[in-house]
Design a protein around this ligand. Structure first.
Ligand code: ADP
Ligand code: ADP
Ligand code: MG
Length: 669
């Protein structure tokens, strides 16, 4: 076994690998860029080596610097995590030449599977079912239109070197095939430095289901069942689960066999994932193979009890797999939510900045549920524009799917993140969504169920009751504490006020205290809008989450101070709450409302990014839907279109400009 390994990655996956290494008694070396000096993975490692500037190309992607770090520290092996150099065959060869072990497959397998066209050909030869399409390269937009017509619309236009959902477009007609080809090609060139494009049939009502495999260097292999990753946005996974609610034992076995057949065809070793797209009749087609540890691997670990990183390390050290297929048992249900620094109400645009507060839910097993949170950040960490905007991977396990969903909703409620925008409100809404709960999924789920984007749900009847009740409980404790501050004059005549009004957004909710108030109420009888409820909680001023009971419901409500009140959030519903005496509430209703400035005549930059092109000129008339500008952020090209007919008055930005969020790109008449 290795004595020391280097982890050529950052963030949560670097921390994840180190946890297992530590468990196995292996010392760890972290590498970090200038932007990551204070990062959690650096802190966690036994040793850390600075490998270069923030830009990944000069640090995490630099084979030279990583090899130098191995030599400097005497690391015998490198775990690449995912992304960065994890699927880079040339890097593995360099390591091999230096006598350093790569914890992953051999370069030949990486190369064969790293290219989508090549891997599809190999899969077809190994009798793996592949997506129908054209097995060659597409030369230009005209060729794309011709091939798409032959395959039959809809088609998927894909970059052969693609990954991470980038460089692919669905086309339903010729115009889309033309535009899709251009966009995919330019995205592929900038993201992967390789603009080869191919086209295959777009499978309708597709579900993304993938098989986790584990193979050693002695010809032994097993599969660990499937994960379903159908909750995607722009072909990027957001929520994954194991097992899939769609797959029966026979389909699982057939997919597992094909995945292992493909692995044998390329002499695969280590952990790997064979991705399939599954149509509504449970026909499955090979998509691609990821020759690395996958982001969503924890759900497989939770249902099989197998530590995939440990297995990868053992295989890399030459050990024989100690598992046989009959040892693999899938137990219970696991779900993973990817928590991203992005603003769900602004079309999920990246949000960068410092985590002024970061309080994940408690991990571990409780009441038959498991919570696991894989993360690489801590309170005070910075989410920068240099790297992937993922903050954490929150996983829950329960004996059945409904239990795992409920545990996820509860864990999300307890997850407090401030300082940046994040997608927890969206994930919460998803957990409450009926179609998700029923498991009727497709990769189009988000586009179909949230066609106009996501907006924060207003409190429903239950939310109104819970939020008002918690607002009242919080306010009473705040007043109680003020009253007991030393040296403070008695602020009131001593009689307890029983009648209150909770202002929740623009809703005024009458609330009454039924029982006499003890000095610090841990239990309180109230009526909210006429309904009698008992509130029980150990909450103290300053706690970020009010955990307790409202009537018969167990709730975890997030509490954030705002001017003269609190902002409360529960199950994706949030509202500013202010608690008034009835007379003050009456006067409050008379206060004028401040209006937001009018931005309807401006095109604002929706995210921090780089202007790629401006498609219009001053004085030009534009029709709704026409392209105004293209802005690149996080390696994605975002087309900004006119949302109505208008005339361009003034351009304030030009290609190459680097803009902040809300910078004015152009003004309209
Ligand atoms: P997973 O199923 O593990 O999510 P993805 O294909 O979505 O697999 O990729 C996971 C991560 O790896 C993404 O964050 C993406 O940025 C990165 N990645 C994958 N393939 C590539 C590639 N070819 N080039 C650069 N980054 C990649
Ligand atoms: P990446 O390397 O970016 O992960 P994949 O080939 O795995 O690329 O595709 C990513 C996602 O795009 C899939 O999970 C699926 O949702 C969608 N997709 C890809 N190919 C097709 C197809 N032929 N039909 C339908 N959806 C597809
Ligand atoms: Mg994929």
């Amino acid at each position: 076994m290795f004595r020391k390994i280097l982890i050529a990655n950052r963030g949560e996956i670097a921390c994840r690998v180190m946890k297992t290494a530590r468990k196995m008694g292996i010392s760890t070396v972290a590498v970090y860029s200038e932007a990551d000096g204070d990062a959690v993975h650096v802190e966690m490692a036994d040793e850390a080596v600075l490998i270069g500037p923030a830009a990944a190309s000069q640090s995490y992607l630099s084979a030279d610097r990583i090899i130098a770090a191995c030599k400097e520290t005497g690391a015998e092996a490198v775990h690449p995590g995912y992304g960065f150099l994890s699927e880079n065959a040339a890097f593995c060869e360099r390591l091999e030449a230096e006598g350093i072990v790569f914890i992953g497959p051999k370069p030949k397998a990486i190369r064969a599977m790293g290219d989508k066209i090549t891997s599809k050909k190999i899969a077809a030869e190994a009798n793996v079912s592949t997506v129908p399409g054209f097995m060659g390269l597409i030369d230009d937009a005209d060729h794309a239109v011709k091939i798409a017509g032959e395959i039959g619309f809809p088609v998927m236009i894909k970059a052969s070197a693609g990954g991470g959902g980038k460089g692919m477009r669905v086309a339903w007609n010729e115009a889309q095939a033309r535009e899709g080809f251009d966009r995919s090609k330019s995205e592929a060139a900038s993201s992967f430095g390789d603009d080869r494009i191919f086209i295959e049939k777009f499978i309708e009502e597709p579900r993304h289901i993938e098989i986790q495999i584990l193979v050693d260097g002695h010809g032994n292999g097993v599969h660990l069942g499937e994960r379903e990753c159908s909750i995607q946005r722009r072909n990027q996974k957001i929520v994954e689960e194991a097992p899939s609610p769609f797959i029966d034992e026979a389909t699982r076995a057939a997919m597992g066999e094909q995945a292992l057949a493909l692995a044998r065809a390329v002499d695969y070793q280590s952990a790997g994932t064979v991705e399939f797209i599954v149509d509504r009749h449970r026909n499955f087609f090979f998509l691609e193979m990821n020759t690395r540890l996958q982001v969503e691997h924890p759900v497989s670990e939770l249902v099989t009890g197998i530590d995939l990183v440990e297995q990868m390390i053992r295989v890399a050290a030459g050990e024989k797999l100690a598992l046989r297929q009959s040892d693999i048992k899938l137990e219970g249900w696991a779900i993973e939510s990817r928590i991203y620094a992005e603003d769900p109400v602004r079309n999920f645009l990246p949000s960068i900045g410092r985590l002024t507060r970061y309080r994940p839910p408690e991990e571990g097993r409780r009441n038959g549920f498991v919570v696991r949170n894989d993360t690489g950040v801590a309170e005070g960490s910075e989410i920068s524009m240099f790297y992937d905007p993922m903050i954490a991977k929150l996983c829950t396990w329960a004996p059945d799917r409904a239990g795992a969903v409920e545990a996820m909703a509860e864990a999300l409620d307890c997850f407090v993140i401030d300082g940046i925008e994040h997608n927890i409100p969206f994930l919460t809404a998803l957990m409450r969504h009926e179609r998700w709960q029923e498991g009727r999924l497709s990769t189009g789920f988000i586009a179909e169920e949230f066609p106009d984007g996501f907006s924060l749900p207003a409190p429903d009847a239950e939310g109104r009751q819970v939020l008002s009740a918690v607002a009242l409980a919080v306010e009473l404790l705040r007043r109680d504490r003020l009253d007991r501050l030393p040296g403070r004059l008695a602020p009131h005549s001593g009689d307890i006020k029983r009648d209150w009004v909770v202002r929740l957004g623009d809703d005024y909710v009458p609330a009454t205290i039924v029982e006499g108030m003890v000095s610090i109420p841990t239990e309180l009888d109230v009526t909210i809008d006429g309904d009698a409820l008992t509130l029980v909680s150990e909450w103290r001023p300053g706690d970020a989450v009010w955990k307790g009971k409202v009537g018969s419901r167990q709730v975890a409500v997030q509490v954030r101070p705002v001017l003269n009140g609190v902002k409360l959030s529960w199950r994706g519903m949030s509202a500013q709450a202010r608690v008034y005496l009835p007379r003050i509430a009456e006067l409050d209703r008379l206060m004028p409302v401040r209006r937001a400035p009018d931005t309807s005549k401006l095109l604002l930059c929706p995210m921090p990014g780089l202007v790629v092109s401006i498609a219009v000129e001053e004085g030009q008339e534009v029709k709704a839907g026409e392209t105004l500008a293209v802005v690149e952020a996080m390696k994605m090209e975002n087309v900004l279109r006119a949302d109505r007919d208008c005339t361009v008055a003034k351009l304030n930005a030009k290609p190459g400009d680097s803009l902040a969020v809300d910078a004015v790109i152009m003004e309209f008449v």
